[in-house]
Structures are given as structure tokens and as C-alpha cells.
Write a new protein. Structure first.
Length: 106
């Protein structure tokens, strides 16, 4: 087998390899932290240890699968957050741009 030495790889390819490795490790760490903080009741498969194995051994794909589909939503947590978000966005827009009423009488 012809192995390529690290010194023989072009600098742009080295940078891409390092960047992809950093992304993979970062996503896996985030997935493991989210898994550790998620209550067992909200974890699909009912246990956390299968997800640890999936995240660690299926690499980036396993971490993305857990973050996308491995957790169940918290009961009743979606609606109040959306309402609070809309209200805070409206208040921020009013602070930034005013109430939309002109004060010059036009």
C-alpha cells in the first residue's frame, strides 16, 4: 500500500483536513454534552448508553442523528417559547426603529 506522508500533502488539503477534524470533534462534544444534560425520559431508545456508542463510533453522522432525532421535545415547552420570542422581537424592533408613528404630523 502506498502511504502518503503528511509532509507530501498540499497546505490547502492539510487545512481542510484539520478543519473537518475540528468540526467532527466539536459536533461530537456538543452531542455528548447535550446527551448528558438531557433527562432519560426525553431520550429516544430509553437509555443513554446506546447513544454514547452511536455518537462515538458512528462519528459525525451519529452525533448529527442524535442531535436531530435522538431527543423527544419537552412537553409543552414549544408554545410559550415561541410566544416569548415573538413578543421580545416586537419589543426589540420598537426600541430600535420606534413605534412606526411619525411625530411630525404627516
Amino acid at each position: 500500500m502506498n502511504a502518503i506522508a503528511w509532509a507530501d500533502i498540499p497546505p490547502a488539503a492539510k487545512a481542510a483536513i484539520v478543519a473537518l477534524a475540528a468540526v467532527q470533534v466539536g459536533v461530537e462534544v456538543v452531542a455528548l454534552v447535550v446527551l448528558a444534560r438531557t433527562p432519560v425520559e426525553r431520550v429516544r431508545l430509553g437509555k443513554k448508553w446506546p447513544w454514547v456508542l452511536i455518537i462515538l463510533f458512528v462519528n459525525l453522522v451519529g452525533a448529527v442523528v442524535f442531535l436531530a432525532a435522538g431527543r423527544m421535545p419537552a412537553p409543552g415547552a414549544e408554545e410559550p417559547a415561541a410566544a416569548a420570542s415573538t413578543e421580545s422581537m416586537a419589543r426589540a424592533a420598537e426600541l430600535l426603529y420606534g413605534s412606526g408613528k411619525s411625530d411630525d404630523g404627516d
